[in-house]
Design a protein around this ligand. Structure first.
Ligand SMILES: Cc1cc2nc3c(=O)[nH]c(=O)nc-3n(C[C@H](O)[C@H](O)[C@H](O)COP(=O)(O)OP(=O)(O)OC[C@H]3O[C@@H](n4cnc5c(N)ncnc54)[C@H](O)[C@@H]3O)c2cc1C
Length: 476
């Protein structure tokens, strides 16, 4: 009998009868990609090229029926499973070594009901694709600020972007999901059906099953909004951040923004002498009327002596794609993150000092402004946590050359260590890196984490879905 070696878990291998794989193939409509398949290397590539994993089998699903077959196949053969949505998670949890990848990236269906203001989308959809279909009607789901990020992982971890101060986390706008649980059953979860599961998947990531369809509430946005980026030289960063602190404290909920340290790009609207020099930028997006946005942005546009001001009326979808080029797929990425309650003078000083050491055009040290409608829901309403956070510190380091990995990782960790005293103790689960597994409890807080363990015991007691920011069932 011919067999194929696959991973059961991190310690054990299992031999799978090739006939079992062929039986799975006969029930499966999508492509099953094995290591000898011409598309194998492409299919195991994700956004973060630092993650180099070799799955035994990649099951490219075409719909919910394929997902059910894949989960049942994993269950029958006790396989290690990874789930891939948009493949954008920095920790690389869309892949696993030797096991089965349930790849949803081909599931691109989107249906928009503009009258009821509801959208349904499959898990291979990216934010750019969803924006395109919803913005035709002047509607949007609060999603991420990079258009190539997958809606699936982002929504399940909570999700925030330019619309969040007005309409909350992405998962606050989720009406229901269809989800294949660890036993291979497809169920609907909403506030009225399987409500406990719905509580858990809104923030609990991929711990409870494979979501095959997301149903969202839509909100009127744009299509034109007042938005863009304004650059200042690094020497002005202390003043700019103190201004930003006051500006955000008084900001209406329509204003989403972040301050970001970076190297000034070689763009025609930036003085050439500044290209590649450390700088600070404020990126902002006003999601109400353009004229109102112009008024609200006036203090931002007139503060100090900007190097360049590219804040203007523009399509909302263009604002959501503006940052794509700076964080392209296929580079080396390593992130660290913390939630902050405030931007103190000492935190500013620390950031400014480290920003002088930025060497890659793909490095971003961001302070994203949260608050606003994120606080409208109760902390107990769902798994997503730390609603009282005011700013998200995201040290998003990216660079081209793998030979620089040790140096860049060290710089990231040093800045993170220096910034930790300013943390409120929380962290965003979707910004955790591969070596951040011990921080999952902090991402939820102890009480919420313990509640999630009870739910994991109920829905996935064997921890089939463990290649993620894992909530370990107490039964193991
Ligand atoms: C450049 C960049 C910009 C980002 N910007 C933002 C932002 O503005 N706001 C924000 O909130 N986050 C942002 N993120 C973080 C983002 O939320 C996470 O990376 C998220 O995990 C991406 O989802 P994905 O489907 O692309 O990822 P994947 O890597 O495909 O999936 C990540 C994990 O999610 C789970 N998962 C994915 N699909 C499913 C499914 N259908 N069912 C069950 N589990 C599933 C799995 O556990 C998987 O390991 C950004 C990330 C990047 C790289």
């Amino acid at each position: 009998m011919t067999t194929q070696q696959m991973h059961m878990n991190e310690q054990q291998h299992t031999q799978i009868d090739i006939a079992a794989v062929e039986d799975f193939q006969s029930r499966f409509r999508g492509d099953l990609i094995r290591p000898d398949h011409p598309l194998y290397d492409e299919a195991r590539s994700i956004w973060n090229a630092m993650i180099d994993k070799h799955p035994a089998l990649i099951a490219r699903c075409t719909g919910a029926a394929d997902v059910i077959e894949a989960v049942r196949f994993a269950d029958r053969n006790d396989l290690l499973v990874a789930v891939r949505g948009g493949g954008h998670n920095v920790a690389g949890s869309a892949l696993c070594d030797d096991g089965l990848v349930i790849d949803l990236s081909m599931m691109k269906g989107i249906y928009v009901d503009p009258v009821r203001r509801i959208a349904r989308a499959q898990p291979g959809v990216t934010w750019g694709e969803l924006d395109r279909e919803t913005q035709v009607f002047g509607l949007a789901v609060p999603g991420g600020i990079v258009s190539e990020t997958g809606i699936a992982g982002l929504t399940l971890g909570g999700g925030f972007g330019w619309l969040s101060r007005k309409h909350g986390f992405t998962c606050d706008n989720l009406r229901s999901v269809d989800i294949v649980t660890a036993n291979g059953e497809l169920v609907t979860a909403s506030k009225t059906e399987n409500a406990d599961l719905f509580w858990g998947i809104r923030g609990g990531g991929g711990n409870f099953g494979v979501v095959t369809s997301f149903e969202y509430d839509l909100h009127p946005v744009g299509p034109e909004v007042m938005a863009g980026i304004i650059f200042h030289p690094l020497y002005a960063a202390r003043d700019v951040l103190r201004f930003y602190r006051d500006f955000t404290a008084a900001a209406p909920n329509e204003l989403g923004s972040m301050a970001v340290f970076l190297l000034a790009p070689s763009a025609p609207f930036i003085p050439e002498a500044m290209w590649g020099q450390p700088a600070i930028a404020i990126i902002a997006c006003y999601v109400g009327a353009v004229e109102e946005g112009q008024r609200v942005m006036q203090p931002l546009k007139t503060f100090g002596k900007p190097l360049a001001d590219a804040i203007k009326p523009k399509p909302f979808a263009a604002q959501n794609a503006m940052l794509d080029a700076g964080q392209p797929a296929g580079l080396q990425y390593y992130w660290k993150s913390e939630y902050l309650s405030e931007i103190s003078d000492d935190a500013i000083e620390t950031c400014v000092q480290y920003a002088a050491g930025i060497t890659s055009p793909h490095t971003r040290v961001a302070l994203f402004h949260l608050g606003g409608a994120v606080r409208n829901n109760d902390e107990a309403d769902m798994a997503v946590s730390h609603r009282n956070t005011e700013y998200v510190l995201a040290i998003n380091n990216g660079w081209k050359n793998p030979a620089d990995n040790a140096k860049q990782i060290q710089w990231t960790r040093e800045l993170w260590t220096a910034m930790r005293p300013f943390s409120n103790g929380g962290v965003y689960v979707n910004f955790l890196s591969e070596d951040d597994g011990t921080r999952v409890r902090a991402a939820y807080g102890s009480d919420k984490y313990d509640q999630l363990v009870l739910l994991k015991n109920k829905y996935d007691s064997s921890n089939r879905f463990r290649v993620n920011q894992n909530i370990q069932p107490a039964t193991l």
